[in-house]
Design a protein around this ligand. Structure first.
Ligand code: ZN
Length: 160
């Protein structure tokens, strides 16, 4: 496993703005990429990471909302319900937080690293994370959708 460098919006590399490609074969290279993404996510204390954030234009996301890692390959939202406005941040936009409107509930279909097609439902934080990470696969950054930016000192107070 190896830590990967997380691209930020201020770099010259424009991978964050490109559409990632479908994974057609889960081989050793893909599995090793997933392990690297996991290691990088935990090192950065993130909730989610998409492959383009480390400069790899493949449709792979990893999410951990504190209940263990969820890895999905070629994920797509197949159902969504409700609306909620909540605060988001992004490892690729360090030091910035803002409110975004997302579905309250989603069902996402994708493949596990074992090659099994699964549907996963998520509400609240998990729904938000699925939508945020899938947006990355389409070159969309949450700041494109921000309603209001949040003062950082306010966030730290809330965290305490
Ligand atoms: Zn992000």
């Amino acid at each position: 496993m190896a830590l990967r460098n997380v691209l930020t919006v201020d770099t010259e590399n424009d991978s964050l703005r490109k559409r990632s490609r479908e994974v057609d074969k889960i081989d050793e290279k893909i599995l090793s990429l997933i392990e690297d993404m996991k290691e990088t996510l935990y090192e950065k204390n993130g909730v989610g990471l998409a492959a383009p954030q480390i400069g790899i234009l493949k449709r792979i996301i990893i999410i951990d909302i504190g209940e263990g890692p969820i890895v999905l390959i070629n994920p797509v939202v197949v159902y969504q319900k409700g609306e909620v406005v909540d605060v988001e941040g992004c490892l690729s936009v360090p030091g910035v937080w803002g409110t975004v409107k997302r579905p309250q509930e989603v069902i996402v279909r994708g493949m596990t690293p074992e090659g099994e097609t699964v549907e996963m439902s998520g509400e609240g934080l998990l729904a938000k994370a699925f939508c945020h990470e899938i947006d990355h696969l389409n070159g969309i950054i949450y700041t494109d959708k921000v309603i209001d930016y949040i003062d950082q000192s306010q966030i730290q107070q809330e965290a305490n």
